[in-house]
Design a protein around this ligand. Structure first.
Ligand code: ADP
Ligand code: ADP
Ligand code: MG
Length: 453
Protein backbone atom coordinates (compact mmCIF):
# COMPACT_ATOMS: atom_id res chain seq x y z
CA UNK A 1 0.00 0.00 0.00
CA UNK A 2 1.73 3.11 -1.28
CA UNK A 3 -0.88 5.50 -2.58
CA UNK A 4 -4.13 6.49 -0.87
CA UNK A 5 -7.08 8.20 -2.48
CA UNK A 6 -8.94 10.40 -0.01
CA UNK A 7 -12.64 10.40 -0.85
CA UNK A 8 -13.41 13.58 1.05
CA UNK A 9 -12.71 17.31 1.35
CA UNK A 10 -12.08 19.96 3.99
CA UNK A 11 -10.44 19.44 7.34
CA UNK A 12 -10.74 15.65 7.40
CA UNK A 13 -9.05 15.32 4.00
CA UNK A 14 -6.18 17.49 5.29
CA UNK A 15 -6.09 15.47 8.52
CA UNK A 16 -5.78 12.17 6.61
CA UNK A 17 -3.04 13.60 4.38
CA UNK A 18 -1.04 14.43 7.52
CA UNK A 19 -1.06 10.83 8.78
CA UNK A 20 -0.35 9.44 5.31
CA UNK A 21 2.69 11.66 5.03
CA UNK A 22 3.96 10.56 8.44
CA UNK A 23 3.80 6.95 7.22
CA UNK A 24 5.44 7.67 3.87
CA UNK A 25 2.24 7.16 1.86
CA UNK A 26 1.41 9.16 -1.26
CA UNK A 27 -1.97 10.90 -1.38
CA UNK A 28 -4.53 11.61 -4.07
CA UNK A 29 -7.21 14.24 -3.46
CA UNK A 30 -10.51 14.51 -5.29
CA UNK A 31 -12.25 17.83 -5.71
CA UNK A 32 -15.39 19.44 -7.05
CA UNK A 33 -15.51 22.62 -9.14
CA UNK A 34 -16.02 24.63 -5.95
CA UNK A 35 -12.85 23.16 -4.42
CA UNK A 36 -10.37 23.52 -7.30
CA UNK A 37 -8.15 25.74 -5.14
CA UNK A 38 -8.94 24.14 -1.80
CA UNK A 39 -6.36 23.42 0.90
CA UNK A 40 -6.75 19.65 0.63
CA UNK A 41 -6.02 19.83 -3.12
CA UNK A 42 -2.87 21.84 -2.45
CA UNK A 43 -1.62 19.49 0.22
CA UNK A 44 -2.15 16.18 -1.60
CA UNK A 45 0.51 14.79 -3.93
CA UNK A 46 -2.02 14.56 -6.75
CA UNK A 47 -5.56 15.78 -7.29
CA UNK A 48 -8.35 14.73 -9.62
CA UNK A 49 -11.49 16.70 -10.50
CA UNK A 50 -14.74 14.79 -10.01
CA UNK A 51 -17.42 17.20 -11.15
CA UNK A 52 -19.74 20.05 -10.17
CA UNK A 53 -19.93 21.73 -6.78
CA UNK A 54 -23.06 19.94 -5.61
CA UNK A 55 -21.98 16.93 -3.53
CA UNK A 56 -24.66 14.80 -5.22
CA UNK A 57 -22.78 15.32 -8.49
CA UNK A 58 -19.25 14.89 -7.15
CA UNK A 59 -18.25 13.73 -3.65
CA UNK A 60 -21.31 11.51 -3.33
CA UNK A 61 -20.94 9.81 -6.72
CA UNK A 62 -19.24 6.48 -6.01
CA UNK A 63 -18.44 5.83 -9.70
CA UNK A 64 -16.62 9.13 -10.15
CA UNK A 65 -14.54 8.68 -7.01
CA UNK A 66 -13.74 5.11 -8.00
CA UNK A 67 -12.74 6.20 -11.51
CA UNK A 68 -10.40 8.78 -9.95
CA UNK A 69 -8.83 6.11 -7.76
CA UNK A 70 -8.26 3.88 -10.79
CA UNK A 71 -6.88 6.73 -12.86
CA UNK A 72 -4.39 7.65 -10.12
CA UNK A 73 -3.41 4.03 -9.56
CA UNK A 74 -4.31 4.25 -5.88
CA UNK A 75 -3.93 1.11 -3.75
CA UNK A 76 -6.40 2.18 -1.09
CA UNK A 77 -9.30 4.53 -0.37
CA UNK A 78 -9.84 6.45 2.88
CA UNK A 79 -13.37 7.84 3.10
CA UNK A 80 -13.08 10.18 6.12
CA UNK A 81 -16.53 10.90 7.63
CA UNK A 82 -19.78 11.88 5.93
CA UNK A 83 -20.13 11.56 2.11
CA UNK A 84 -19.43 7.91 1.13
CA UNK A 85 -17.90 6.84 4.45
CA UNK A 86 -20.88 4.73 5.48
CA UNK A 87 -21.91 3.63 2.00
CA UNK A 88 -21.78 -0.15 1.88
CA UNK A 89 -21.94 -0.25 -1.93
CA UNK A 90 -18.96 2.07 -2.29
CA UNK A 91 -16.89 0.05 0.20
CA UNK A 92 -17.69 -3.10 -1.76
CA UNK A 93 -16.89 -1.48 -5.12
CA UNK A 94 -13.51 -0.31 -3.83
CA UNK A 95 -12.64 -3.85 -2.74
CA UNK A 96 -13.95 -5.35 -5.99
CA UNK A 97 -11.74 -2.96 -7.95
CA UNK A 98 -8.78 -4.53 -6.15
CA UNK A 99 -8.13 -1.66 -3.76
CA UNK A 100 -8.01 -1.62 0.02
CA UNK A 101 -11.01 -0.06 1.74
CA UNK A 102 -9.83 1.75 4.86
CA UNK A 103 -12.81 0.94 7.01
CA UNK A 104 -14.85 -1.98 8.29
CA UNK A 105 -16.21 -4.75 6.07
CA UNK A 106 -19.16 -3.68 3.85
CA UNK A 107 -21.49 -6.02 5.78
CA UNK A 108 -20.61 -4.29 9.03
CA UNK A 109 -21.33 -0.90 7.47
CA UNK A 110 -24.72 -2.19 6.32
CA UNK A 111 -25.56 -3.72 9.71
CA UNK A 112 -24.64 -0.65 11.71
CA UNK A 113 -25.97 1.83 9.16
CA UNK A 114 -29.43 0.48 9.86
CA UNK A 115 -30.13 1.80 13.35
CA UNK A 116 -32.83 -0.71 14.10
CA UNK A 117 -30.75 -3.70 13.01
CA UNK A 118 -27.81 -2.29 14.98
CA UNK A 119 -29.98 -2.17 18.11
CA UNK A 120 -30.75 -5.86 17.76
CA UNK A 121 -27.08 -6.71 17.29
CA UNK A 122 -26.16 -4.61 20.33
CA UNK A 123 -28.87 -6.34 22.36
CA UNK A 124 -27.47 -9.69 21.22
CA UNK A 125 -24.06 -8.68 22.56
CA UNK A 126 -25.62 -7.93 25.95
CA UNK A 127 -25.52 -4.16 25.50
CA UNK A 128 -28.49 -2.26 26.98
CA UNK A 129 -30.64 -0.56 24.31
CA UNK A 130 -33.24 2.21 24.68
CA UNK A 131 -36.77 0.76 24.92
CA UNK A 132 -38.19 0.96 21.41
CA UNK A 133 -40.25 -0.62 18.66
CA UNK A 134 -39.59 -2.69 15.53
CA UNK A 135 -39.51 -0.83 12.22
CA UNK A 136 -42.45 0.65 10.34
CA UNK A 137 -42.21 0.78 6.56
CA UNK A 138 -43.81 3.48 4.39
CA UNK A 139 -47.59 2.88 3.99
CA UNK A 140 -47.49 0.06 6.50
CA UNK A 141 -48.19 1.44 9.94
CA UNK A 142 -50.31 -1.38 11.30
CA UNK A 143 -49.70 -1.73 15.03
CA UNK A 144 -48.19 1.73 15.36
CA UNK A 145 -50.64 2.94 18.00
CA UNK A 146 -49.98 -0.04 20.26
CA UNK A 147 -46.22 0.32 19.76
CA UNK A 148 -46.42 3.99 20.75
CA UNK A 149 -48.34 3.17 23.92
CA UNK A 150 -45.89 0.45 24.82
CA UNK A 151 -42.82 2.66 24.36
CA UNK A 152 -44.58 5.57 26.09
CA UNK A 153 -44.50 9.33 25.50
CA UNK A 154 -42.53 11.43 24.89
CA UNK A 155 -40.72 9.36 22.30
CA UNK A 156 -38.56 9.84 19.23
CA UNK A 157 -39.43 8.71 15.73
CA UNK A 158 -36.13 7.79 14.11
CA UNK A 159 -35.30 6.95 10.51
CA UNK A 160 -33.43 3.62 10.51
CA UNK A 161 -31.10 5.06 7.85
CA UNK A 162 -30.71 8.46 9.54
CA UNK A 163 -27.51 10.16 10.58
CA UNK A 164 -25.94 13.54 11.23
CA UNK A 165 -28.92 14.53 13.40
CA UNK A 166 -31.24 14.19 10.39
CA UNK A 167 -34.38 12.03 10.41
CA UNK A 168 -35.37 12.32 14.07
CA UNK A 169 -38.61 13.80 15.43
CA UNK A 170 -39.99 14.08 18.97
CA UNK A 171 -43.60 13.13 19.69
CA UNK A 172 -45.24 14.16 22.97
CA UNK A 173 -48.71 12.69 22.64
CA UNK A 174 -50.35 9.61 21.09
CA UNK A 175 -52.62 11.69 18.84
CA UNK A 176 -49.59 13.17 17.02
CA UNK A 177 -47.82 9.86 16.44
CA UNK A 178 -49.19 8.76 13.07
CA UNK A 179 -48.74 12.17 11.43
CA UNK A 180 -45.14 12.46 12.64
CA UNK A 181 -44.32 8.92 11.59
CA UNK A 182 -45.65 9.63 8.09
CA UNK A 183 -43.72 12.91 7.75
CA UNK A 184 -40.52 11.26 8.95
CA UNK A 185 -41.00 8.32 6.59
CA UNK A 186 -41.47 10.65 3.61
CA UNK A 187 -38.53 12.76 4.62
CA UNK A 188 -36.29 9.72 5.16
CA UNK A 189 -37.30 8.26 1.82
CA UNK A 190 -36.19 11.46 0.10
CA UNK A 191 -33.03 12.00 2.16
CA UNK A 192 -31.77 8.42 2.50
CA UNK A 193 -33.72 6.43 -0.11
CA UNK A 194 -35.19 4.38 2.72
CA UNK A 195 -38.31 5.47 4.56
CA UNK A 196 -38.30 2.95 7.42
CA UNK A 197 -38.61 4.39 10.93
CA UNK A 198 -38.86 3.02 14.48
CA UNK A 199 -39.82 4.43 17.85
CA UNK A 200 -37.45 5.01 20.72
CA UNK A 201 -38.26 6.18 24.23
CA UNK A 202 -37.06 9.74 24.76
CA UNK A 203 -34.62 9.80 27.65
CA UNK A 204 -35.01 13.04 29.62
CA UNK A 205 -31.91 15.22 30.11
CA UNK A 206 -29.40 12.54 29.09
CA UNK A 207 -25.70 12.94 28.49
CA UNK A 208 -24.23 11.72 25.19
CA UNK A 209 -21.17 9.63 25.96
CA UNK A 210 -19.39 7.51 23.38
CA UNK A 211 -16.54 5.02 23.40
CA UNK A 212 -13.79 5.08 20.78
CA UNK A 213 -13.05 1.52 19.73
CA UNK A 214 -10.58 -0.06 17.37
CA UNK A 215 -11.08 -3.60 16.10
CA UNK A 216 -8.48 -5.78 14.43
CA UNK A 217 -10.97 -7.60 12.18
CA UNK A 218 -10.37 -10.96 13.86
CA UNK A 219 -12.51 -10.52 16.98
CA UNK A 220 -9.83 -8.66 18.90
CA UNK A 221 -10.37 -5.04 19.84
CA UNK A 222 -9.28 -2.26 22.18
CA UNK A 223 -10.97 0.93 23.34
CA UNK A 224 -9.57 4.43 23.80
CA UNK A 225 -11.93 5.57 26.55
CA UNK A 226 -14.86 7.92 26.28
CA UNK A 227 -15.83 11.30 24.88
CA UNK A 228 -18.71 13.35 26.15
CA UNK A 229 -20.61 15.13 23.37
CA UNK A 230 -23.62 16.53 25.21
CA UNK A 231 -23.33 20.14 24.03
CA UNK A 232 -25.40 19.94 20.86
CA UNK A 233 -27.73 21.87 18.65
CA UNK A 234 -30.23 20.12 16.35
CA UNK A 235 -29.03 16.74 17.67
CA UNK A 236 -25.54 17.66 16.40
CA UNK A 237 -22.43 18.03 18.52
CA UNK A 238 -20.61 21.36 18.91
CA UNK A 239 -18.35 20.78 21.93
CA UNK A 240 -16.81 17.43 22.87
CA UNK A 241 -14.45 16.44 25.67
CA UNK A 242 -12.70 13.61 27.41
CA UNK A 243 -12.88 12.40 30.12
CA UNK A 244 -16.62 12.97 30.67
CA UNK A 245 -16.71 15.29 33.69
CA UNK A 246 -17.73 13.61 36.92
CA UNK A 247 -18.53 10.28 35.27
CA UNK A 248 -18.38 7.50 37.84
CA UNK A 249 -15.62 5.02 37.20
CA UNK A 250 -17.98 2.02 37.31
CA UNK A 251 -20.22 3.54 34.64
CA UNK A 252 -17.29 4.39 32.39
CA UNK A 253 -15.89 0.88 32.74
CA UNK A 254 -19.28 -0.71 32.09
CA UNK A 255 -19.72 1.38 28.94
CA UNK A 256 -16.26 0.41 27.68
CA UNK A 257 -16.95 -3.26 28.41
CA UNK A 258 -20.29 -3.09 26.55
CA UNK A 259 -18.68 -1.30 23.61
CA UNK A 260 -15.94 -3.91 23.36
CA UNK A 261 -18.47 -6.77 23.54
CA UNK A 262 -20.26 -5.43 20.46
CA UNK A 263 -17.01 -4.61 18.63
CA UNK A 264 -15.70 -8.13 19.20
CA UNK A 265 -18.99 -9.79 18.34
CA UNK A 266 -18.95 -8.04 14.95
CA UNK A 267 -15.28 -8.91 14.40
CA UNK A 268 -15.06 -5.21 13.71
CA UNK A 269 -12.21 -3.90 11.61
CA UNK A 270 -10.69 -0.47 12.17
CA UNK A 271 -11.77 2.67 14.01
CA UNK A 272 -15.34 2.96 15.22
CA UNK A 273 -17.43 4.70 17.81
CA UNK A 274 -20.18 3.32 19.97
CA UNK A 275 -22.53 6.04 21.11
CA UNK A 276 -24.53 5.81 24.33
CA UNK A 277 -26.94 8.00 26.16
CA UNK A 278 -26.61 8.14 29.92
CA UNK A 279 -29.79 8.84 31.87
CA UNK A 280 -29.62 10.99 35.03
CA UNK A 281 -30.16 7.83 37.16
CA UNK A 282 -26.91 6.32 35.84
CA UNK A 283 -28.47 3.84 33.41
CA UNK A 284 -26.93 3.92 29.95
CA UNK A 285 -28.22 2.74 26.60
CA UNK A 286 -26.74 2.02 23.16
CA UNK A 287 -27.63 4.70 20.59
CA UNK A 288 -25.72 3.69 17.48
CA UNK A 289 -22.36 2.69 16.12
CA UNK A 290 -20.52 4.97 13.68
CA UNK A 291 -18.37 2.81 11.41
CA UNK A 292 -15.75 5.43 10.55
CA UNK A 293 -13.39 7.99 11.97
CA UNK A 294 -15.43 10.49 13.96
CA UNK A 295 -15.31 14.29 13.71
CA UNK A 296 -14.24 14.54 17.36
CA UNK A 297 -11.45 11.92 17.24
CA UNK A 298 -8.76 14.56 18.04
CA UNK A 299 -10.04 14.75 21.63
CA UNK A 300 -9.03 11.11 22.08
CA UNK A 301 -5.73 11.65 20.28
CA UNK A 302 -4.87 14.45 22.71
CA UNK A 303 -5.63 12.37 25.83
CA UNK A 304 -4.19 9.03 24.69
CA UNK A 305 -1.36 10.21 22.41
CA UNK A 306 -2.49 7.77 19.69
CA UNK A 307 -2.71 8.77 16.01
CA UNK A 308 -6.06 7.13 15.24
CA UNK A 309 -5.92 7.81 11.51
CA UNK A 310 -2.38 6.44 11.49
CA UNK A 311 -3.66 3.32 13.21
CA UNK A 312 -6.33 2.90 10.50
CA UNK A 313 -3.64 3.18 7.83
CA UNK A 314 -1.30 0.76 9.57
CA UNK A 315 -4.04 -1.86 9.96
CA UNK A 316 -4.94 -1.42 6.28
CA UNK A 317 -1.39 -1.99 5.13
CA UNK A 318 -1.12 -5.18 7.12
CA UNK A 319 0.94 -4.16 10.12
CA UNK A 320 0.33 -6.27 13.18
CA UNK A 321 -1.51 -3.62 15.13
CA UNK A 322 -3.38 -6.42 16.91
CA UNK A 323 -0.36 -6.58 19.19
CA UNK A 324 -1.70 -3.38 20.73
CA UNK A 325 -2.65 -4.23 24.31
CA UNK A 326 -5.48 -2.59 26.21
CA UNK A 327 -3.31 -1.97 29.25
CA UNK A 328 -0.82 -0.01 27.15
CA UNK A 329 -3.53 2.57 26.37
CA UNK A 330 -3.94 5.30 28.97
CA UNK A 331 -5.76 8.61 29.11
CA UNK A 332 -3.89 11.63 30.45
CA UNK A 333 -5.27 15.00 31.40
CA UNK A 334 -8.32 16.53 29.77
CA UNK A 335 -9.07 17.53 26.17
CA UNK A 336 -11.86 19.63 24.67
CA UNK A 337 -12.86 20.25 21.07
CA UNK A 338 -14.91 23.18 19.79
CA UNK A 339 -16.36 22.98 16.30
CA UNK A 340 -16.03 26.41 14.71
CA UNK A 341 -18.90 26.91 12.28
CA UNK A 342 -19.87 29.53 9.76
CA UNK A 343 -23.28 29.94 11.32
CA UNK A 344 -25.37 32.40 13.25
CA UNK A 345 -26.50 31.04 16.64
CA UNK A 346 -28.90 33.98 17.08
CA UNK A 347 -30.71 32.94 13.89
CA UNK A 348 -31.29 29.37 14.97
CA UNK A 349 -27.74 28.40 13.91
CA UNK A 350 -28.44 29.27 10.28
CA UNK A 351 -25.34 28.65 8.10
CA UNK A 352 -23.56 31.90 7.18
CA UNK A 353 -21.34 31.13 4.19
CA UNK A 354 -19.14 33.79 2.63
CA UNK A 355 -15.54 34.91 2.18
CA UNK A 356 -12.89 34.37 4.83
CA UNK A 357 -11.45 37.88 4.47
CA UNK A 358 -9.41 37.29 7.59
CA UNK A 359 -8.63 33.79 8.79
CA UNK A 360 -6.01 33.65 11.49
CA UNK A 361 -6.09 30.65 13.82
CA UNK A 362 -4.24 30.59 17.14
CA UNK A 363 -0.74 29.12 17.03
CA UNK A 364 -0.53 25.39 17.67
CA UNK A 365 1.55 23.55 20.27
CA UNK A 366 1.50 23.56 24.06
CA UNK A 367 -1.77 21.67 24.13
CA UNK A 368 -3.47 23.62 21.33
CA UNK A 369 -4.37 21.95 18.04
CA UNK A 370 -6.25 23.32 15.04
CA UNK A 371 -7.66 21.01 12.36
CA UNK A 372 -8.89 22.96 9.38
CA UNK A 373 -9.48 22.74 5.65
CA UNK A 374 -9.43 26.45 4.84
CA UNK A 375 -7.03 29.38 4.50
CA UNK A 376 -7.45 33.13 4.47
CA UNK A 377 -9.15 34.20 1.26
CA UNK A 378 -11.10 30.96 0.84
CA UNK A 379 -14.87 30.88 0.59
CA UNK A 380 -17.18 28.97 2.88
CA UNK A 381 -19.86 27.85 0.43
CA UNK A 382 -23.40 26.64 0.98
CA UNK A 383 -22.61 23.42 -0.87
CA UNK A 384 -21.04 21.64 2.09
CA UNK A 385 -21.07 21.42 5.87
CA UNK A 386 -20.26 24.92 7.20
CA UNK A 387 -17.66 23.71 9.70
CA UNK A 388 -14.55 25.91 9.30
CA UNK A 389 -12.19 24.36 11.83
CA UNK A 390 -11.89 22.28 14.95
CA UNK A 391 -10.04 23.80 17.87
CA UNK A 392 -8.75 21.30 20.40
CA UNK A 393 -7.03 22.03 23.69
CA UNK A 394 -5.42 19.77 26.25
CA UNK A 395 -4.55 20.45 29.88
CA UNK A 396 -3.66 18.52 33.00
CA UNK A 397 -7.18 19.15 34.28
CA UNK A 398 -10.51 20.22 32.83
CA UNK A 399 -10.17 23.80 34.13
CA UNK A 400 -6.84 24.15 32.38
CA UNK A 401 -8.21 22.84 29.10
CA UNK A 402 -11.15 25.26 29.36
CA UNK A 403 -8.88 28.22 30.08
CA UNK A 404 -6.66 27.33 27.13
CA UNK A 405 -9.74 27.02 24.94
CA UNK A 406 -11.01 30.45 25.94
CA UNK A 407 -7.61 32.02 25.28
CA UNK A 408 -7.33 30.22 21.93
CA UNK A 409 -10.85 31.30 20.92
CA UNK A 410 -9.84 34.89 21.75
CA UNK A 411 -6.86 34.52 19.43
CA UNK A 412 -8.93 32.97 16.62
CA UNK A 413 -9.63 35.80 14.19
CA UNK A 414 -12.17 35.27 11.44
CA UNK A 415 -13.60 38.21 9.50
CA UNK A 416 -15.95 38.35 6.56
CA UNK A 417 -18.56 35.95 7.91
CA UNK A 418 -20.47 35.32 11.12
CA UNK A 419 -19.14 32.42 13.23
CA UNK A 420 -20.24 30.67 16.39
CA UNK A 421 -17.07 31.68 18.30
CA UNK A 422 -18.82 34.17 20.65
CA UNK A 423 -21.47 31.53 21.34
CA UNK A 424 -18.86 28.88 22.16
CA UNK A 425 -17.26 31.28 24.66
CA UNK A 426 -20.61 31.83 26.38
CA UNK A 427 -21.07 28.07 26.75
CA UNK A 428 -17.53 27.58 28.09
CA UNK A 429 -17.93 30.32 30.71
CA UNK A 430 -21.43 29.28 31.80
CA UNK A 431 -21.53 28.15 35.45
CA UNK A 432 -23.45 24.99 34.53
CA UNK A 433 -20.80 24.01 31.96
CA UNK A 434 -17.97 24.85 34.34
CA UNK A 435 -19.69 22.73 36.98
CA UNK A 436 -19.89 19.79 34.57
CA UNK A 437 -23.71 19.90 34.62
CA UNK A 438 -24.09 19.01 30.96
CA UNK A 439 -26.88 17.23 29.13
CA UNK A 440 -28.08 17.19 25.54
CA UNK A 441 -30.70 19.89 26.26
CA UNK A 442 -28.03 22.24 27.65
CA UNK A 443 -28.27 24.84 24.87
CA UNK A 444 -32.04 24.99 25.13
CA UNK A 445 -32.11 25.05 28.93
CA UNK A 446 -29.69 27.97 29.13
CA UNK A 447 -30.84 29.84 26.04
CA UNK A 448 -31.52 33.05 27.98
CA UNK A 449 -27.86 33.22 29.01
CA UNK A 450 -26.38 31.89 25.78
CA UNK A 451 -28.18 34.04 23.24
CA UNK A 452 -28.03 37.42 24.92
CA UNK A 453 -26.60 40.12 22.65
P1 ADP B 1 -19.78 12.54 14.35
O1 ADP B 1 -20.85 11.49 14.36
O2 ADP B 1 -18.51 12.14 13.70
O3 ADP B 1 -19.61 13.19 15.65
P2 ADP B 1 -21.67 14.06 12.92
O4 ADP B 1 -22.75 13.29 13.58
O5 ADP B 1 -21.74 15.54 12.97
O6 ADP B 1 -20.26 13.69 13.47
O7 ADP B 1 -21.57 13.53 11.43
C1 ADP B 1 -20.38 13.61 10.68
C2 ADP B 1 -20.66 14.11 9.30
O8 ADP B 1 -21.39 13.15 8.57
C3 ADP B 1 -21.47 15.37 9.27
O9 ADP B 1 -21.00 16.16 8.23
C4 ADP B 1 -22.87 14.84 9.02
O10 ADP B 1 -23.66 15.82 8.40
C5 ADP B 1 -22.60 13.67 8.11
N1 ADP B 1 -23.56 12.56 8.16
C6 ADP B 1 -23.51 11.49 8.97
N2 ADP B 1 -24.48 10.60 8.66
C7 ADP B 1 -25.16 11.12 7.63
C8 ADP B 1 -26.28 10.69 6.84
N3 ADP B 1 -26.88 9.51 7.04
N4 ADP B 1 -26.72 11.49 5.89
C9 ADP B 1 -26.12 12.67 5.67
N5 ADP B 1 -25.05 13.13 6.35
C10 ADP B 1 -24.58 12.38 7.33
P1 ADP C 1 -27.39 10.45 14.54
O1 ADP C 1 -27.21 9.24 13.70
O2 ADP C 1 -28.13 11.52 13.83
O3 ADP C 1 -26.13 10.88 15.18
P2 ADP C 1 -28.20 9.42 17.15
O4 ADP C 1 -29.11 8.27 17.34
O5 ADP C 1 -26.77 9.18 17.40
O6 ADP C 1 -28.41 10.00 15.69
O7 ADP C 1 -28.70 10.60 18.07
C1 ADP C 1 -28.21 11.90 17.96
C2 ADP C 1 -28.59 12.71 19.20
O8 ADP C 1 -30.00 12.73 19.40
C3 ADP C 1 -28.05 12.16 20.51
O9 ADP C 1 -26.74 12.60 20.76
C4 ADP C 1 -29.03 12.72 21.51
O10 ADP C 1 -28.80 14.09 21.77
C5 ADP C 1 -30.33 12.64 20.76
N1 ADP C 1 -31.04 11.37 21.02
C6 ADP C 1 -31.03 10.27 20.24
N2 ADP C 1 -31.80 9.30 20.75
C7 ADP C 1 -32.29 9.75 21.91
C8 ADP C 1 -33.17 9.24 22.91
N3 ADP C 1 -33.71 8.01 22.82
N4 ADP C 1 -33.49 10.02 23.98
C9 ADP C 1 -32.98 11.28 24.07
N5 ADP C 1 -32.16 11.81 23.17
C10 ADP C 1 -31.81 11.09 22.09
MG1 MG D 1 -25.00 9.73 16.45
Amino acid sequence: MKKILIANRGEIACRIIRSCRALGLKTVAVYSEADANAKHVDEADEAIAIGPAAAKESYLVADKVLAAANEAGADAVHPGYGFLAENEGFARAVAEAGMIWIGPRPETIADMGDKERARLLAHGAGVPIVPGSPRFMVNDNAGLEAAGDEVGFPLLVKATAGGGGIGMKRVDAAEDLLATVETTQNMAEKAFGDGAVYLEKLIDQPRHIEIQVFGFGDGGAVHFFERECSIQRRFQKIIEESPAPGLKREIRDAMATAALALTKQERYRGAGTIEFILAPDGQFFFLEMNTRIQVEHPVTEMTTGEDLVGLQLRLARGEEVSKLQQDSIASHGHAIECRIYAENPAKNFLPSPGPLDVYSPPSQGGGIRVDTGVRQGDQVTYFYDPMIAKLITHGVERDVAIEKMLAALDDFRIEGIVTNIPFLKRVLTHPAYLGGRTHTGFVDEHKDDLFKE
